[in-house]
Design a protein around this ligand. Sequence first.
Ligand code: SF4
Length: 425
Amino acid sequence: MNATHVYVHVPFCARRCTYCDFSIAVRRRVPADEYLRALGREIERAGRPAAPETLYLGGGTPSLLGGAGIAEIASLLGVGREVVEFTVEANPDDVTAEAARAWAAADVTRLSIGAQSFDDRVLAWMHRTHDSGAIGRAVGTARAAGIRNLSLDLIFALPESLGRDFARDLAAAIACEPDHISLYGLTIEPGTALARQVERGACSAAPEGRYEEDYLQAHGTLETAGYRFYEVSNAARPGKEAVHNRAYWRLAPYMGFGPSAHSFDGTSRWWNEAAYARWRELLEQGQSPVAGREILSAPQRRLEQLYLGLRTSEGIEVTEALAEQIGRWVASGWAAWLSAGEAGAVGRGRAPCVPSDRPSPTAPADPARGDVPSDRPSPTAPADPARGDVPSDRPSPTVPADPAPRRVRLTPQGWLRLDALVASI
Ligand code: SF4
């Protein structure tokens, strides 16, 4: 198989964050040589993808591989200057001048920096390895090395007891002038340190309504600062949308390498063993690390297309079969028609600009990590779209008479109900 989008999973973290349930390998010292040897074998088995357009190193903490490790992955894949976007996820304290220079020399074009918060007490509670000062230093160091396309991750909907000032964190993130900001709503996953804290009463989940409040606040603040939500969880300055993630949302083929990585050829999806030790062992024994495979039926594919389309500001094309239901969403304020110009821009492969009065939330689905579809449920108790619970005093709008492509996108209030809306189709 060939794919123009490649994901590599680097599973190592120096320690586990309070809320994290990802498949990672906690290592004080990263076994880089061992990992790269196994990765090389996997790439050799699968066949090196020819001229990838994007390369995304996620984890885990890929930045723990330092300058040489990242350069070696690029070399194993034969990726060079022709790559359109080469992203590395980085913890702020790994962005040293030496590492950043080496990444730039290896043609890394973009860093996704796990900031999460600018409050040192909150960062300590999260069990992060960095403090707030490290975020600004990482941004400056990356830019000085020539890596100018930067994204910051922020977490919202934190427990009330932390006293986190989300407005202050948003302002601090904007002050760093990143091109892109990703938002993650905190969820309490079974088996995590956070879940244990909640069980023994040391901490409580954010109160009802906090998720929606923080999300809409982020949306308003970022829009005012010139960012546009082009996906439920991702905001970017115009022209700085993530090319790689967009490929997932358009259901484009991709190849994944490393433990737990998923691949997709347009029809079927397969995924690797999640545990680092097992993945490596299989490759060392000359065996395939693939743990499972599914072939998407036509209805499954249509549902994924709908789900992924509704995550984005490109929205979905409205068929006659969906028109009445979508009309109810529009009447409820959960969806909005795209103008003919916006719909045409989608057809030409450009995202429509999201009107600034429309607000957006959740961990971005990353299919290469197996995150599709896994959004968090609506934090509120919305009317049930499956029952058609729209306010009865509103007229039921019909599809516009405009013969141009009929597309609709969710509003921020719709994005907050994404799962329920998709389930109602
Ligand atoms: S850095 Fe990311 S992957 Fe690693 S433990 Fe923290 S949340 Fe999990």
